[in-house]
Design a protein around this ligand. Structure first.
Ligand SMILES: CC(C)(COP(=O)(O)OP(=O)(O)OC[C@H]1O[C@@H](n2cnc3c(N)ncnc32)[C@H](O)[C@@H]1OP(=O)(O)O)[C@@H](O)C(=O)NCCC(=O)NCCS
Length: 182
C-alpha cells in the first residue's frame, strides 16, 4: 500500500497527466507566480488569456496585494492545474485569466474556481462582477455563459495607456502579447 502511494506521488511529479486525488483549492499568493506563469505559458492557446506586461511578477504581486483573498488556485500535489484572478474596485468585481490545464478540462474545475472567487467577492460586498473575455474565444465565452454571465451588448470596453512604461518582464515574449492585454 505504501509502495503504491509512493509510486503515485512519483508519477505526479514525473507525469503531468497522473492525477493525485482531489485537487486542493487555495488562495493565490505571489509565491505561486513561477507555477502560474508556467501554467499560462503551457496553454497552447495562450492568446485566449491575453497576457501582457501587466502579468509580470511585479504586476501580479501588486494585484494580489490590492485584492487579498479573492484569487484562487487549484493544486494537484505540487502541480498547479487551474487559476482565476479576481479583484474589485470597491464597486464592481473583475475576473481575469481563468485557466485550467488542458488535460484537466471538463471536470468542473473552472466552475469551482469561479464560484469560489464569486463567493469571496460577495463576502467583500460586491454585487456584480465582470469577466474580461476576448470576443474570438468562443470556448471561453461558452464557459462564461454556462456559468450565468451575460454578454453586455450595450457596453464596449475602451482602454488607453497611462503613459508609463511597464518596466518589467512579461511571462510571455512581447510578440505574443494580445493588443495591449486586458
Ligand atoms: C475555459 C476553461 C477555463 C474551462 O475550464 P473547465 O475546467 O474545462 O470548465 P468546466 O469543466 O468547469 O466547464 C463547465 C461548463 O462550461 C462549458 N464549457 C467548458 N469548456 C467548454 C468548451 N471548450 N466548449 C464548450 N463549452 C465549454 C460546458 O457547458 C461545461 O459543462 P459540461 O462539461 O458539463 O458540458 C478552459 O477551457 C481553459 O482553460 N481554456 C483556455 C483559457 C481560456 O480560454 N480561459 C477563459 C478566458 S478568460
Amino acid at each position: 500500500m505504501q509502495a503504491q502511494a509512493a509510486a503515485t506521488a512519483e508519477d505526479a511529479v514525473t507525469s503531468p497527466s497522473a492525477p493525485v486525488g482531489d485537487p486542493e483549492l487555495r488562495e493565490h499568493s505571489a509565491a505561486d507566480y513561477p507555477a502560474l506563469s508556467a501554467l499560462w505559458a503551457d496553454d497552447a492557446d495562450g492568446a485566449a488569456l491575453g497576457l501582457s506586461a501587466a502579468d509580470s511578477l511585479a504586476g501580479i504581486s501588486q494585484f494580489f496585494a490590492r485584492n487579498p483573498g479573492l484569487s484562487f488556485a487549484l493544486w494537484e500535489g505540487p502541480q498547479l492545474i487551474g487559476s482565476v484572478l479576481a479583484g474589485h474596485d470597491g464597486r464592481r468585481g473583475y475576473l481575469y485569466h481563468l485557466v485550467v490545464r488542458a488535460d484537466r478540462r471538463r471536470h468542473g474545475y473552472a466552475t469551482l474556481l469561479v464560484e469560489r472567487a464569486m463567493s469571496a467577492l460577495a463576502a467583500a460586498g460586491i454585487q456584480k462582477t465582470h469577466a474580461m473575455v476576448y470576443a474570438a474565444n468562443e470556448q471561453g465565452l461558452e464557459f462564461w455563459r454556462r456559468s450565468g454571465f451575460v454578454t453586455r451588448v450595450e457596453l464596449v470596453v475602451l482602454s488607453r495607456e497611462t503613459g508609463i512604461s511597464s518596466g518589467s518582464t512579461s511571462p510571455v515574449p512581447e510578440a505574443r502579447h494580445v493588443a495591449g492585454g486586458a
